[in-house]
Design a protein around this ligand. Structure first.
Ligand SMILES: [Zn+2]
Length: 375
């Protein structure tokens, strides 16, 4: 359950990430929460993933399953028409809610739950496009995570396991492309030999939070299995059908888990752009209440999220409460500020910026929002 303040942060997280996806050449799709058993038979989920799926629902003598993954639906969209090499690469994104059965002992707060929303996407590309596509998605992922305040990345390449499907030449090309992209990224990386899935190699991106704890967030995973099972093709320049590469990728992972990691990273003190209440107005006495509401209205018009503390508490108690709520800006309003038409600015870390005009404060707050900085 997402309550209003968490819901607002989630909205802001998604809004920013979705905008980046559109700019990065992704197309958005929407797919249902349940799918007929035949879809999960074809995909192989009922063979190798059934213990993580919920019991089927029978509707009109047909069995439906809650989706544990979005991939088979995206494959259906790919297959809905003939694809030419000119259509590729296709980058198909969905904020897809998936349902996985986890034994109750393994559930852990927001970081491991039974229904969660992935920032999921599938890339379909021609073999000659594949290395550039891998470079692009790796850089895209790191840029996205940087916008949320992560600075330290550790990358892992998982290579072919003993039991696997797919042509050796494809494994060679995919592992090469992943390794070259890792080298070019400039971030530290390690190789987990033999640790890939049976259907393809992958890169995992770990971030370290403010307390140096590692969290796995992004996965970029090749799939040599689904394109075979669903017989995916594109028509090449030679007029013949060819098999595309398919890559699964979730960069934030799930919204629930990512939100949990952000809370840990920032200790609840979110950067200004993600904070539910950005400004707390603190009138020193009742005489400044009207002035505070007038300032609040102007700040809201400027697009800032504002609350007025017009309680009977003393000024110091109001400031302490706002600090406990981790509100970035406190505007203290006394008789002096009211007469001068100014605001007295304090930051949640205790720093005092002093009296300034409302216009100057708005400019300062907007710059912090624009630059996505933590203050
Ligand atoms: Zn997938």
């Amino acid at each position: 359950l997402w309550h209003p303040k968490g819901g607002l942060i989630r909205y802001l997280m998604e809004e920013h990430a979705k905008k980046m996806h559109l700019e990065g050449g992704y197309e958005f799709v929407f797919t249902p929460h349940i799918g007929r058993s035949v879809l999960w038979e074809t995909s192989g989920h009922l063979d190798f993933y059934k213990e993580s799926m919920y019991a089927p629902i029978e509707i009109d003598n047909q069995e439906y399953y809650l989706k544990p993954m979005n991939c088979p639906f995206h494959v259906q969209i790919y297959k809905s028409r003939v694809r030419s090499y000119r259509d590729l690469p296709i980058r198909m994104a969905e904020w897809g809610t998936v349902y996985r059965y986890e034994r109750s002992g393994t559930l852990h707060g927001l970081t491991r739950v039974r229904g969660f929303t992935q920032d999921d996407a599938h890339l379909f590309c021609a073999p000659d496009q594949m290395p550039a596509e891998i470079d692009m998605v790796l850089n895209f992922s790191i840029d996205l995570l940087k916008d949320f305040g992560f600075e330290n990345f550790q990358l892992y390449l998982s290579t072919r396991p003993e039991k696997r499907v797919g042509e050796e030449a494809k494994w060679d090309a995919a592992e090469d492309a992943l390794l070259e992209a890792l080298k070019r990224s400039g971030h530290p990386y390690d190789i987990n030999e033999g640790d890939g899935a049976f259907y393809g190699p992958k890169i995992d991106i770990y971030v370290t939070d403010a307390l140096e704890r590692p969290w796995q967030l992004s996965t970029i995973q090749f799939d040599f299995n689904l394109p075979e099972r669903f017989d995916l093709t594109f028509i090449g320049p030679d007029g013949q059908p060819h098999r595309p590469y398919m890559i699964h990728r979730a960069l934030m992972g799930s919204m629930e888990r990512f939100f949990g990691v952000l809370i840990e990273h920032y200790g609840g003190a979110f950067p200004v752009w993600l904070t539910p209440v950005q400004v707390k107005l603190i009138p020193i006495t009742d005489d400044q209440n009207d002035y505070a509401y007038d300032i609040a209205r102007k700040l809201k018009e400027a697009g800032l999220r504002v609350e007025v503390d017009d309680s009977d508490s003393r000024m110091n108690a109001k400031i302490r409460n706002a600090q406990l709520e981790k509100i970035p800006y406190m505007l203290v309003l006394g008789a002096k500020e009211m007469d001068a038409g100014q605001v007295n600015v304090r930051l949640r870390n205790g720093k005092r910026l002093g009296a300034m005009s409302l216009e100057d404060f708005i400019a300062l707050a907007k710059e912090a929002i624009e630059k996505k900085v933590a203050i």
